[in-house]
Design a protein around this ligand. Structure first.
Ligand code: PMP
Length: 440
């Protein structure tokens, strides 16, 4: 496939810089972490493909950082959105649709007795912390280095993919007094968690974790890590919060806490769960939920306030329901997994042939490519990968019509729309990228 120079993208980027801060509406969309320059301006997307403003076609593995699991403009999801729009996009009253999606979430994630819809993953996580603080009447939280939980003040400390590639460990504008309420420990390290709890446990409201990490690459918890985390946390009277904004419905029809790789689901159930991304089928959404007695802290029942003009809007909720309906079709996750396996095998073989260090972490239909020869099980190890090699690979792939996230810490996501031809085209492009990198 011949690609045109991305001239129109460059022009639009110049224009965007004059009006939108940094030219982008989310820093992770900039190319800062892969050597700079104009990001690609996309015009249209369908299935597993993007078309940019210069007429180039791309195979998409960004999937909008996770939500687009059924591919772009899936007919069932699109119809649901159109129908919602025709019936009015926002009422400011309850609807039956919200009950339907809440039921679907509860059936798939039984630790959530009660649910509340919000507008983003950030909001969902932020509120779980407020609820945990209200419930425990304590202030501190423990999080894991490199896990990203959105951009609310408390969790923007040692916060994974976006901020870490930008070299902003703690964002400016967050008072030190707030950062003092957050304790960060390494992922997959129960001893460090235990030490932190021994020292601060009486003041800890919650331990927050991505039970399967998606923000310093895809990283599985080691055997017994989640069980140990839940047990230790509860010994100190704190709550367990799972941030499943990426992981819910990504690996199977359910969430990490119900994933079949973990044999004892009862031992790893959290008190609160934050959701987002996939559950909105590509429209803005977030949700949080948990045990009834904990969720009863939330207004109007309890003293913890949380509200939202846009929350539970019929368009997002309808898209979410439609997306989950598609994901209930048999064989969906198996197919994405088979494609990811084939891709990973092809990418790894190409890297090996060219002597390029490559560690790939794959969890079903999602994986991360780390340019290093050591395993990646925590943030330090992820940071030990080669940023320049990733940047070069990213650009060679883009120039051949393969769209990855512009960060070495983000995952590749398969969708239900990727075809065998897409996979073959991607492996070919990957081989060619490694050849170009090896020559250089
Ligand atoms: N939690 C996790 C695990 C995430 O990956 C993200 C976003 N990448 C968020 C929370 C924040 O979600 P949002 O961008 O919708 O606010």
């Amino acid at each position: 496939m011949t690609m045109q120079p991305r001239e129109r993208s460059s022009e639009l980027y110049e224009e965007a810089l004059a009006h939108i801060v940094g030219g982008v509406n989310s820093p992770s969309r900039s190319f800062k972490a892969v050597g700079g320059g104009a990001p690609v301006f996309m015009e249209r997307a369908k299935g597993a493909h993007f078309w940019d403003v210069d007429g180039n076609q791309y195979v998409d593995y960004l999937a909008a950082y996770g939500p687009i699991i059924t591919g772009h403009a899936h007919p069932h999801v699109t119809q649901a959105i159109v129908k919602a729009a025709e019936n009015g996009t926002l009422y400011g009253t309850p609807t039956a649709l919200e009950i339907k999606l809440a039921r679907m979430l509860k059936e798939a994630i039984p630790s959530m007795d009660k649910v509340r819809f919000v507008n983003s993953g950030t909001e969902a996580v932020m509120t779980t912390i407020r609820v945990a603080r209200a419930y425990t009447k304590r202030n501190k939280i423990i999080k894991f280095a490199g896990c990203y939980h959105g951009h609310s003040d408390l969790v923007l400390v040692a916060a994974g993919s976006g901020p870490s590639t930008l070299g902003i460990p703690d964002s400016a504008g967050i008072p030190k007094s707030i950062a003092h309420e957050v304790i960060t420990v390494p992922f997959n390290d129960l001893d460090s968690l235990k030490e932190a709890l021994e020292r601060w446990g009486e003041d800890v409201a919650a331990v927050m974790v991505e039970p399967i990490v998606g923000n310093f690459g895809m990283v599985m918890p080691k055997e017994g890590f989640l069980e140990g985390l839940c047990k230790l946390t509860r010994e100190y009277g704190a709550l367990v919060i799972y941030d499943e904004v990426i992981s819910a419905f990504r690996f199977h029809y359910g969430s990490a806490q119900t994933y079949h790789a973990f044999p004892d689901h009862a031992a790893i159930e959290p008190d609160l769960t934050a959701l987002g991304k996939i559950i909105g089928g590509g429209l803005p959404i977030g949700a949080y939920g948990g045990r009834k007695h904990v969720m009863e802290q939330v207004a109007p029942l309890g003293p913890a306030y949380q509200a939202g003009t846009m929350a539970g809007n019929p368009a997002s909720i309808s898209a979410g329901i439609a997306c989950l309906e598609v994901l209930q079709e048999p064989g969906i996750y198996e197919r994405m997994e088979a494609q990811a396996m084939k891709l990973v095998e092809g990418i790894q073989a190409g890297a090996d042939r060219c002597g390029i260090p490559m560690t790939i972490n794959r969890i079903r239909g999602a994986f991360s490519t780390h340019f290093c020869s050591h395993p990646v099980t925590n943030y330090d190890e992820a940071q030990g990968s080669d940023a320049e090699l990733f940047g070069a690979y990213f650009r060679h792939m883009l120039d051949q019509g393969i769209c990855l996230a512009p960060s070495r810490f983000e995952a590749w996501f398969l969708t239900t729309a990727h075809s065998e031809e897409d996979i073959d085209r991607t492996i070919e492009a990957s081989n060619e990228s490694f050849r170009r990198m090896a020559i250089k």
